[in-house]
Write a protein that binds this ligand. Structure first.
Ligand code: ADP
Length: 235
């Protein structure tokens, strides 16, 4: 009986996922088609307005692209696990990601990286590890209007310890255990405007679990958010 309940639960999860994906893909597509129809109708004489419509089409198409990439990435991590493991210099990975995200930073947010160069290389897939930092740092920057994003990385109790702390909008306690769910967003409108898919943290959690690690989140509304990750060095 327990097995049947479990199977039903899995089937429901699968169904929810498919219906979520469908909905998330439909929203930008509907908007793109709407604006194309209007432009094709020929009623828009004003070039400035026409240009604005094209910009929206462009943004929505990009959204669709990111969404599809994220969905594929999630299913890849789930089905294939991690075959391409090599010793990674995590400090290096973090520095790369900070550089990558520079264009997204405003001058009101600054990054502090407590660079500890004595960390033992961590065996992992470098692309996956990079993705983990991209998603967490991108969120930290996105949800912080003003202040700092602090990254710490060190060896602690034979584990790799990573902490990413921001001074942003924070997350109300009642939402904290839901943010790792696929497509879950605390504020749908806000997240959408910021270019969020609601898949970022779900991907992060999958990557952490790929390496038998743990992720914790601490947050205070209006004060900031801290994500802590523990990754065991293994055998
Ligand atoms: P999104 O693409 O919407 O950012 P995520 O899965 O990355 O999706 O995050 C889920 C939700 O968790 C976000 O919509 C946001 O509400 C909240 N969140 C994630 N990181 C932060 C953060 N650093 N500060 C405040 N809220 C956050």
């Amino acid at each position: 009986l327990e097995n049947i309940t479990q199977m039903k639960k899995l089937e429901n999860m699968r169904r929810d996922f498919v219906s979520n994906v469908t909905h998330e893909l439909k929203t930008p597509l509907t908007s793109i088609r709407g604006f194309i129809d209007t432009l094709k109708g020929g009623a828009i004489q004003d070039e400035v307005v026409a240009k604005r419509f094209l910009d929206i089409i462009d943004i929505e198409a990009e959204r669709l692209h990111i969404l599809i990439q994220d969905i594929l990435l999630l299913s890849e991590i789930e089905s294939k696990g991690d075959k391409e493991t090599k010793d990674c210099d995590i400090t290096h990975t973090i520095s790369d990601v900070i550089e990558l995200l520079q264009p997204k930073m405003t001058d009101k947010v600054y990054i502090i990286f407590d660079n500890n160069s004595n960390i033992r290389p961590f065996p992992c897939n470098p692309d996956r590890m990079k993705q983990l930092f991209i998603n967490l740092l991108d969120n930290a920057i996105k949800y912080t209007e003003e202040g700092s994003v602090r990254i710490q990385c060190k060896e602690k109790q034979d584990k790799l310890f990573i902490s990413i702390s921001d001074t942003g909008i924070g997350i109300e306690e009642k939402y904290l255990d839901r943010i790792f769910e696929r497509f879950y967003r605390v504020d749908k409108g806000r997240s959408r405007k910021m270019g969020g898919t609601g898949l970022g943290l779900s991907i992060v959690k999958h990557i952490v679990e790929l390496y038998n690690g743990k992720i914790n989140v601490y947050s205070t509304s209006g004060v900031g958010t801290t994500f802590e990750i523990w990754l065991p060095y293994g055998k």
